[in-house]
Structure formats: structure tokens, C-alpha cells
Design a protein around this ligand. Structure first.
Ligand SMILES: CC(C)(COP(=O)(O)OP(=O)(O)OC[C@H]1O[C@@H](n2cnc3c(N)ncnc32)[C@H](O)[C@@H]1OP(=O)(O)O)[C@@H](O)C(=O)NCCC(=O)NCCS
Length: 341
């Protein structure tokens, strides 16, 4: 992703204080820069707008980079959010964060008002803001943005060697209710894709995710790619009588490179899909799948695992927190993009 830009040059002035603040509020954040505004799956172009807030002495107090992204029709990306996204990466110096961000968001709002496409219904304005940088929250709310999605992180605990098995015994740990966990393979594309679409259907209640007419086809393509890899990090929980009741699918660090700029820790893995059938929830199937995945994570030497969840999904935050995940970035959104105030 391009790193230098008019706003990027100006951001030099905010760099050192922002590094200090980010480093102190959250050790998992990356060094501040314009590379942590990634949009899943595809490159987004910096639109060239100069978004710089200067102090009375001319010093840079805040700088932003706005990227305009259009999802490829038929891609899975457009099921995870709006088809067109206008994404601000905001760097604010550590003095008067609320005021610096407020002024930067005003500049961005004025910029978006000059872009006719922001009025389209299938658009979103998005700001990824460090979840623990609470001083920015009031400004984000004031500008009509809602916190809808979280990128959560779990650092791999240092386990005593005895707790990390050299190999998973037969890869078939039992789950509650008589299910067993098994690794998925190419024969499971349809099962995993169907459960993957169930996640999108469930999450579409919460403001960002949309089931599209071609979501199932896009999910099949994605899953086929995942399951064509040797030793895929995709597991199914199932019973002989009912078939699959749950599923977890993750990207190993090389495949998760697109999301790695969101953290300073490497190697990073990404948990893409997790679903348990409604009738089976609350019985421990999800916990068994996650525990199995975490054993693989530990064996592979992964430093941090990332996942997205909808903030308003009442099942997600408690479940992930129970398993060691906590908010790293919060995606604040307005839909349509012209709704930024
Ligand atoms: C999140 C999800 C995968 C958890 O799977 P699960 O099999 O229900 O997980 P568990 O049974 O191990 O744990 C669920 C927790 O909720 C509690 N719970 C109780 N009744 C429940 C119910 N009817 N539904 C869901 N959870 C319930 C459980 O007791 C447990 O709490 P605990 O850890 O304090 O014991 C599952 O709810 C799900 O598929 N949700 C819809 C899709 C989704 O949100 N996916 C995650 C996207 S990021």
C-alpha cells in the first residue's frame, strides 16, 4: 500500500507523539502510520484529499488519509460490508486528542460531501480507531459514526511445554452432546460454505454485513481456496446422526498477511469463520472448537490471533472474551457515507 502522500508527509509531525500514545494505551497496536486502514481482500486507493489539522504555530495536530474502495461484484468482500467504502485512517497527536480528531472528522465530512457517490445507499464511511483510545469516542459519536465492528486480538499465552501437545491425538477431540471435531477437507466445501453463509445471515442483523444474491457462490470459492491448502485450519464439529453442527476456519500467518498491519505482533493468524447451529448453542461445542484451534495456534508459534466480530452481536463479545480475545480496533461507521455529520 502506498505510504507517502500529501497527508502522509504532514503526518510526520504527528508521528512521534502518536507513537508514544499508542504505545502506552495498547501494546498490540502497530506503529502509527497509514498502513492500518486495510480493507479486507482488495487494495483501496488513497483519494488524494489533503486532510491536515494544523495548530496555531503551524504544527500538525492531526492528519488523515481517505481511501475510496469499491468491492468487486460477486466477491465475498461485499457480503462483509457496503459495496463502496470511504475509509479514514486518522493520526492525531497526543495533545487534545478529542479536539484534533473532531477537526479532522470535520475536514473529512466536507471532503465526502464533494464526492457524489457517498450518497449511494450501498455505501459506508468507516473509521478504524484504536479501541482503547477512549479520548476519541465523543468526537466519533458527534460526527454521526456508530461503533459496529471490532477487530479483537488474543496473544498466545506462554504455555508450559507439557501443555502444548507435540501432535493433536488423532485430530478427533470429543465435544459435548456426542459431537466430534475433525479437520475439514475438499469434500467439505459445501458444508463449510453453507455454515459460512449462516454466519453472514446471522450477522446481517447488526449493521454492516449483507447477504447478497451471490454470497453462497462467493463463499464456496473462498472455502474451496481454504480447503485446497495442505493441513487446512478448518474444523467441523459433527455427529453421525445430525451431520455438521459447528465450524471454525482460520488463516495461517502467511494467508493472514492482509490483516497483519493492524498489530505490531507477528506472526499473526486470522480467525475467519465460526458458527454453531442455533439448536446446539450454549452446550460447549463452540468452546471445544476454539480450544482445539488454540492448541494448533500454540504449536504453530503464532504470537497473536485476530478476528472480526459485530459489536452488537450479543453472542460474540462475551464468547470471545471468555476465550481470551479483547478489542484492538473498533470500526466506526455511517451509512450511507454521506451521513457523516
Ligand atoms: C458464538 C458461537 C459460535 C458460540 O458457540 P456455542 O457453541 O454456543 O459456544 P459455547 O456453548 O461454548 O459457549 C456459549 C456461551 O453462551 C452461553 N449460552 C447459554 N445459552 C446460550 C444460547 N442459547 N445460545 C448461545 N449461547 C448460550 C453458554 O453457556 C456459554 O457461556 P459460558 O462460556 O459462560 O459457559 C455461537 O453462539 C454462534 O454460532 N453464534 C452465531 C454466529 C456467530 O456469532 N459467530 C461468531 C461470529 S464472530
Amino acid at each position: 500500500m502506498e505510504r507517502t502522500s500529501p497527508a502522509g508527509d504532514a503526518a510526520e509531525g504527528t508521528g512521534t507523539p502518536a507513537v508514544r500514545r499508542w504505545g502506552s494505551i495498547d501494546p498490540l497496536l502497530p506503529a502509527p502510520g497509514f498502513t492500518h486502514g486495510v480493507t479486507p481482500g482488495s487494495a483501496a486507493a488513497h483519494c488524494g484529499a489533503r486532510l491536515v489539522v494544523a495548530g496555531p504555530g503551524g504544527q500538525v495536530r492531526a492528519a488523515g488519509r481517505c481511501e475510496h474502495w469499491t468491492g468487486a461484484p460477486g466477491s465475498l468482500d461485499v457480503s462483509w460490508g457496503a459495496a463502496r467504502r470511504f475509509q479514514l485512517t486518522a493520526l492525531v497527536a497526543d495533545q487534545q486528542v478529542a479536539d484534533g480528531l473532531d477537526r479532522l472528522l470535520s475536514l473529512w465530512r466536507d471532503h465526502l460531501a464533494d464526492v457524489p457517490a457517498t450518497a449511494g445507499e450501498d455505501t459506508a464511511a468507516v473509521v478504524n480507531w484504536p479501541s482503547r483510545d477512549a479520548d476519541g469516542v465523543a468526537a466519533l459519536l458527534r460526527h454521526g459514526l456508530a461503533p459496529l465492528e471490532v477487530l479483537a486480538a488474543r496473544t498466545t499465552p506462554r504455555a508450559a511445554p507439557a501443555e502444548v501437545p507435540a501432535a493433536i491425538p488423532d485430530g478427533l477431540p470429543p465435544c459435548p452432546g456426542g459431537s466430534r471435531i475433525r479437520q475439514a477437507g475438499p469434500a467439505d466445501i459445501e458444508t463449510v460454505a453453507r455454515l459460512g453463509v449462516e454466519i453472514i445471515r446471522w450477522d446481517s442483523r447488526f449493521g454492516t454485513v449483507n447477504e447478497r444474491t451471490d454470497t453462497l457462490a462467493a463463499m464456496r470459492t473462498e472455502v474451496a481456496g481454504l480447503l485446497s491448502e495442505p493441513d487446512p485450519w478448518t474444523w467441523i464439529a459433527g455427529r453421525d446422526d445430525t451431520g455438521a453442527v459447528g465450524m471454525l476456519s482460520a488463516q495461517r500467518p502467511p494467508a493472514a498477511g492482509w490483516i497483519t498491519p493492524m498489530t505490531g505482533r507477528v506472526p499473526a493468524a486470522y480467525l475467519m469463520l465460526m458458527f454453531v447451529a442455533p439448536d446446539e448453542r450454549g452446550t460447549g461445542v463452540g468452546a471445544a472448537l476454539v480450544r482445539h484451534f488454540h492448541r494448533e495456534i500454540a504449536r504453530a508459534g503464532v504470537a497473536v490471533t485476530l478476528l472480526h466480530h459485530e459489536l452488537l452481536n450479543p453472542l460474540s463479545a462475551p464468547f470471545w472474551n471468555r476465550h481470551g480475545y479483547r478489542p484492538l480496533w473498533t470500526a466506526w461507521q455511517a451509512t450511507p457515507a454521506s451521513a457523516v455529520r
